[in-house]
Design a protein. Sequence first.
Length: 329
Amino acid sequence: MTVPLSILDLAIIDEGETARDSFASSLALAQHAEKLGYTRIWYAEHHNMPTIASSATSVLVGYIAAHTENIRLGAGGVMLPNHAPLTIAEQFGTLETLFPGRIDLGLGRAPGSDQKTMRALRRDPMSSDSFPQDVQELQGYLTGNTLIPGIDATPGKGTNVPLYILGSSLFGAKLAAALGLPYSFASHFAPQALQDAVAIYRRDFRPSEQLAEPYVIAGVNVIAADTSEEAQQMFTDGQRRRVTQLFGRDRTFTSEEAVMILESPGGQQVKQMGRYSAVGTPAEVRDYLDWFSTHADADELIVATQTPTLESRLHSFELLASVTELVRA
């Protein structure tokens, strides 16, 4: 492994724990990852999901940054149609001012929630249509080249927080290429268009002030354990938890119910979401990631790990670090 490795912290609220426990776990993971040499940790904006605590993404980034020293931190991502670009510029401009050289801003156009939650967020159903223009407006605030005369982000202006376009379809690939921005593909849960999207991005990329050459980050699920059997069991348990996240909402399924759902036509979607998953011993995981980085034509991999406890997550990342050359991006 010679590509940089980063972490997507899903800020999971483990069974029997609270959001406060989740934040403590995220901090422990960040401090552990920093010592091991991982490049960055990103947190994603989700809403109305009882098992994920990263809804106020910028606040969580600030908390983690205040208790770490050099690892890069950011949003992977902020769902920009939920917000005014000026507000996000001010939030991440504040973070960059407090923690210079450490803040990333990944941008997506999905709601990060269901339709009912989208209405609760006061989001216009058509707001995603203006995503390309909103990205450019946000970029203008952060570079100091505002597109709206007389309006500046304070803090934010001139901080040049690096932007990343997130996507799981060809739309994001085309936009990232046109704007000359790094592109992060969500292949850890939406694998179908990975190769086509990366090929289009690399083919159509136009250099920009932020980026001279195309740069691809690909998401991949990883569970490393001392034995293959232990890793596979955690992976299977993670699929069952995802059933509850996607289909449960107001209820929790038993293990037997989750297995039945996984075997149903709807459950096949959950299995497909985990198509790109490195599960096994450290050597097995390393070999898979070697293959995947080439398959995805990726410059960097961002790893998502869903295991039942903080201890197993820390151990998984430690095992992964032990068999890879962790190089910073």
